[in-house]
Ligand binder design. Structure first.
Ligand code: FPP
Length: 235
């Protein structure tokens, strides 16, 4: 990466195109997810090298449960395998946070998620957010419920509800908002990902499928981010 480049603080990545990658090769869809998980690992490491404060990967949405059972089971197995790898990579000192509703998970995977969050909570390196069973509308509704409860109990007044206090009830509390959202695979949708947090983010869509995504693709995306003139509503 060139010297005079601004590196985004927080990149949100929608990992998309695993199924199409597999289909093109006449392989089962889960082979696409497997290759996608390897790319997840490599791009996480690259984000560490670039010095990001945070990166968020959209790994599994609240809608993804509708997929065939075999595919969902395959993805859950990959989560276990690659979460352990991400956690074991001590050198990178990543604080790992799971964004989403954990109540859908149980057994080994849930135990692993809780253990990883607890054991990495005090790490000081890049925040690695993994959105699992995540839906942004659901996240916003949860925040509303939590705040309403506090108001009802007299612990918060209606006048205290503002953008900052609201953000503190989202899964991303105490984190910088993503300044950059990246979606490979040619689709140009946000798909219920970080709706509140991406209010001022730049969006870059790329034609490459996630399993083919490389460090060079991320460099290209960051160059595109640098070309945008970010004014935050000013002139
Ligand atoms: C979307 O592609 C991808 C997923 C729903 C699963 C993503 C999961 C991984 C890459 C595993 C990552 C592992 C960890 C630990 C985060 P798609 O299947 O919708 O692709 P398509 O649109 O081409 O069908």
């Amino acid at each position: 990466m060139e010297n005079n480049i601004t590196i985004p603080k927080h990149i949100g990545i929608i990992m998309d195109g695993n199924g199409r990658w597999a289909k093109k090769r006449f392989l089962p869809r889960n082979m696409g997810h497997k290759k996608g998980a390897e790319v997840f690992q490599d791009i996480t490491r690259y984000c560490n090298e670039l010095g990001l404060e945070a990166v968020t990967f959209y790994a599994f949405s609240t809608e993804n449960w509708k997929r065939p059972q075999e595919e969902v089971e395959g993805i859950m197995k990959l989560f276990k395998e690659y979460l352990i790898k991400a956690f074991d990579y001590e050198k990178e000192n990543n604080k790992i946070v799971f964004l989403g509703d954990k109540s859908a998970f149980s057994g080994e995977l849930l135990d692993l998620m809780l253990e990883i969050e607890e054991k990495t909570a005090d790490r000081t390196g890049m925040i690695l957010n993994i959105a699992l069973n995540y839906g942004s509308r659901n996240e916003i509704i949860n925040a509303c419920k939590e705040i309403s409860q506090l108001v009802k109990e007299g612990k918060m007044s209606i006048d205290d509800i503002n953008e900052e206090s609201f953000s503190n009830h989202l899964y991303t509390k105490n984190q910088p908002d993503p300044d950059f959202i990246l979606r490979p695979s040619g689709e140009k949708r946000l798909s219920n990902f970080l709706l509140w947090q991406s209010a001022y983010a730049e969006f870059v869509y790329m034609d490459v499928l996630w399993p083919d995504f490389t460090r060079k693709n991320l460099d290209e995306a960051i160059l595109e981010f640098n070309k945008r003139n970010r004014r935050f509503g000013g002139v």
